[in-house]
Design a protein around this ligand. Structure first.
Ligand code: KIV
Ligand code: ZN
Length: 518
């Protein structure tokens, strides 16, 4: 029997750095992974899945770096059911105070026949062998039945029983393709509790994908039927339509404690900070109407709603903005604000930067304050993200001048970039100012990529608002997102393109000959 302190405590297993990073374009470098891991740990996440160590040297290093940096949360690495994967995973998590090997194999008829080309008996043997092998290297082993929700029940019960007997402490039943519906998925978990004789020796976990928009509902149905670990990601990032969103799960449990008497260790006031950091690092913009973390999640537009909220916030707010970390602070900085006010603002927003980074950010803040009457929290966040995320870039933006709007001359962009420490300049023309700017970048750093997305959003209101630009580039099937913000939309566009290009260069270095997507 697994000893649990509190039968209703749900373990939060965050896989933003593994399944989340598998979203097309959401690559993260080592420093970025560590920064996210530290924010997750501070937020109270129990288990951080940091990567898939066999997938590439970059993934291995990322898991190791997170294992070294994190002290309170368990650090987990993913491994297929092979000796090579499991040994590499064990090596990557070795520096962790608390490490976990998460090994998996497909168990559904479809996956066994077409993906693995293995008979069920061979898969069952692989479950026993892989879990046994992992247990020799690490006490904390999780086993997943990939495509578990489409697995035949008798076979699933036999695999789960075998994995527990071989030493798995956590058994995960993923809805890998987001096919399940809540009552069916809840019943699947109940079925395991009824039929697997040694089920009380493991924690049952769920991992739901969001292809039908049901990932959170399915996870909660599973919790209501005995699951005590949920796997999720910040902002619902993940393969295809993503995974269950951590913020939605945790806030549903907190807000509807009357119907679901379960607790988590997550300090919900840290949610917005984590969401913003993941969005800035991956370049995945959060949709405005996204539950909990969208820009409109606590905004009231209609007069009737505004009136109600002013009289009593509970009329239209089921949770307070403060409970997710949105403070209504109105400390607005302007061009007369000094270093001390700026530093205290950074602290209030949760940034702990070194002296040089503070100086650089302060310089950019002063430039911004010269152009913009009032500088809001969102402006400071966009600016600091920009500064911190570019620390290790090979290509750096220096300056841009654009001529456009004339009938007689084609739009042109004169751009200066620093490439590996050397300043290069070029003037290019194009179909418009953005096209000219991107042509200048291509001339200064020749490359063949496909521009998949160019998107502009205003960070705050007003014509002097900063523009936040996202650029998605694709090369040989690999995609990356770059982001930047500036009051000048064209400067933000150039910086966002350069940011994406830097990410692509990092991605090129990641070699993954033996990797398979999980
Ligand atoms: O979706 C899935 O099945 C997975 C497993 C590897 C847990 O990501
Ligand atoms: Zn998954």
């Amino acid at each position: 029997m697994v000893a649990r302190m509190d039968q209703n405590r749900i373990t939060i297993f965050d896989t933003t750095l593994r399944d989340g990073e598998q979203s097309p374009g959401a690559s993260m470098n080592l420093d970025e992974k560590v920064r996210i891991a530290l924010v997750l740990e501070e937020m109270g996440v129990d288990v951080i899945e940091a990567g898939f160590p066999i997938a590439s040297n970059g993934d291995f290093e990322g898991v190791s770096a997170v294992a070294r940096a994190v002290t309170k949360a368990t650090v987990c690495g993913l491994a297929r059911a092979t000796r090579g994967d499991i040994e590499r995973c064990a090596e990557a998590i070795r520096p962790a105070e608390r490490g976990r090997i998460h090994t998996f194999i497909s168990t559904s008829p479809l996956h066994m026949k077409f993906k693995l080309q293995m008979e069920p008996d061979k898969v069952l043997q692989a479950v026993k062998d892989s879990v046994g092998m992992a247990r020799k290297l690490c006490d904390d082993v999780e086993w997943s039945a990939e495509d578990g929700s489409r697995t035949e029940h008798d076979f699933l019960c036999r695999c789960v029983e075998a994995a527990i007997a071989a030493g798995a402490r956590t058994i995960n039943i993923p809805d890998t393709v987001g096919y399940a519906v809540p009552d069916e998925y809840g019943a699947l978990i109940a079925m395991l509790f009824n039929r697997v004789p040694n089920i009380d020796q493991a924690v049952i976990s769920v991992h739901c994908h969001n292809d039908l928009g049901l990932a959170v509902a399915n996870s909660l149905a599973a919790v209501n039927n005995g699951a005590r670990q949920v796997e999720c990601t910040i902002n619902g990032l993940g393969e295809r339509a993503g995974n269950a969103a951590l913020e939605e799960l945790v806030m549903a449990l907190r807000t509807r404690h009357d119907r679901m008497p379960f607790t988590t260790g997550v300090k919900t006031e840290n949610i917005i900070r984590a969401s913003k950091l993941v969005s800035a690092i991956t370049g995945f913009v959060v949709q405005p109407n996204k539950a909990i973390v969208g820009a409109n999640a606590f905004a009231h537009e209609s007069g009737i709603h505004q009136d109600g909220v002013l009289k009593n916030a509970q009329t239209y707010e089921i949770m307070t903005p403060e409970s997710v970390g949105l403070n209504r602070s109105t400390l607005v900085l302007g061009k007369h604000s000094g270093r001390a006010a700026f530093k205290s603002k950074l602290k209030e927003l949760g940034w702990d930067l070194g002296d040089n980074a503070v100086e650089d950010a302060f310089r950019r803040f002063k430039d911004l304050a010269d152009k913009k009457k009032e500088v809001f929290d969102e402006d400071i966040e966009a600016l600091v993200d920009d500064e911190v995320l570019r620390a290790n870039d090979r290509i750096r933006f220096v300056s841009l001048e654009v001529v456009c709007g004339s009938k007689h001359r084609p739009p042109s962009a004169s751009l200066e970039l620093e490439v590996d420490g050397e300043t290069r300049a070029h003037t290019a023309t194009g179909d418009g100012p953005v096209d000219a700017t991107f042509n200048a970048i291509k001339a200064l750093f020749p490359h063949e990529v496909r521009l998949q997305l160019f998107q502009v959003n205003a960070v705050t209101q007003g014509t002097d608002a900063q523009a936040e630009v996202t650029v998605r580039l694709e090369e040989d099937g690999k995609t990356v997102n770059g982001q930047s913000a500036d009051t000048d939309t064209l400067v933000a566009s150039a910086r966002a393109y350069v940011n994406a290009l830097n990410k692509l260069l990092v991605k090129r270095q990641k070699t993954a000959p033996e990797a398979l997507s999980a």
